[in-house]
Design a protein around this ligand. Structure first.
Ligand SMILES: Nc1ncnc2c1ncn2[C@@H]1O[C@H](COP(=O)(O)OP(=O)(O)OP(=O)(O)O)[C@@H](O)[C@H]1O
Ligand SMILES: [Mg+2]
Length: 271
């Protein structure tokens, strides 16, 4: 990896700028990584919810990945919203063809407001085609419940589900605890064997959590692009995301966005 680290997001567009490729590119920039994007879908959404999505043809997604991989090179990549099976298949093909081996798969299924961000029949394709290519998958609690087919109520349920998900092919599983209750937020990392690792943070009391998942997976991807091993990349990403939530912005009429640039504010004052 010579020169500036380069990260690619393969995800949907969020015009409100709090999630999707916009959040990912802001995160990459805040962390000093050159950001690139392959857009899978245009969504119509704001802080109040998702209204509509228009998926791009899978071939167009493949061609975007090819264009940047062959020209600039990709040190690490993440996937977010993939929309349908055609996009999943083309993404998996591109990841293989261009040998992207530091891949974070954020298992985006539905928006917070319940809008489908991937066709239900495409989920099997996601598991079969993309999970085995992933260094890490990052389901939230509802996604973990759906993928494991079981209700999650306590930490032990998360651990059992993480084991099941690891058997589906990724090299590591991080189940995020944002949707659980309690003063602490616990994300559980599983890489095999009998040990689990817990990332424990203070739960920020805020409604402004639009794009927390995108921001976490993008920041992990950024640190991977910089050459950190994945455990260290997750630890650093957790700190970055926690601060972005603590400084989240009370804008819009629903769940406001995170402050992705909490660590680079001085740049703005310099000019
Ligand atoms: N209120 C909070 N305070 C502190 N950390 C939080 C809070 N909510 C979420 N997190 C952290 O943010 C990250 C994303 O978790 P979350 O469970 O919200 O993902 P998600 O549901 O996929 O997000 P999104 O709705 O953006 O897709 C995790 O590391 C989680 O621990
Ligand atoms: Mg999410």
């Amino acid at each position: 990896m010579d020169g500036v680290p380069k990260a690619l997001t393969i995800a949907g567009s969020d015009p409100s700028g709090g999630a999707g490729i916009q959040a990912d590119l802001k995160t990459f920039t805040a962390l000093g990584v050159y950001g690139m994007s392959a857009i899978t879908s245009i969504t119509v959404q704001n802080t109040k919810g998702v209204l509509y999505r228009k998926d791009l043809p899978g071939q167009v997604v493949y061609d975007q990945i090819k264009a940047v991989a062959q020209d600039l090179g990709v040190d690490s990549a993440k996937t977010g919203m993939l929309g349908n099976a055609d996009i999943v298949l083309n993404t998996a093909k591109a990841v293989k063809d261009f040998k992207i081996d530091r891949l974070v798969v954020d298992t985006v299924l539905k928006s917070k407001s319940g809008f489908n961000l991937i066709e239900e029949e495409a989920v099997q394709t996601l598991l079969r085609e993309l999970f085995p290519l992933a260094l890490l998958i990052t389901p939230n609690i509802p996604e973990a419940e759906f993928l494991c087919g079981e209700k999650i109520q306590k930490l032990r349920d998360i651990e059992l589900c993480a084991k099941k998900l690891l058997d589906m092919g990724p090299r590591a599983v991080l189940i995020k605890g944002g949707h659980m209750e309690g003063e602490k937020v616990i994300d559980v990392l599983y890489t095999g064997g009998e040990e689990f690792h817990y990332f424990v943070g203070d739960r920020v009391k805020t409604k402004n959590t639009h794009g927390t998942g995108c921001t976490l997976s993008a920041s992990i991807t950024a640190f991977l692009a910089k050459g950190y091993e994945f455990y260290e990349a997750i630890s650093r990403a957790k700190i970055y995301t926690q601060k972005a939530i603590e400084n989240s912005l009370n804008i819009g009429h629903g769940a406001g966005p995170l402050k992705h640039y909490w660590n680079v504010e001085r740049c703005a004052e310099d000019f």
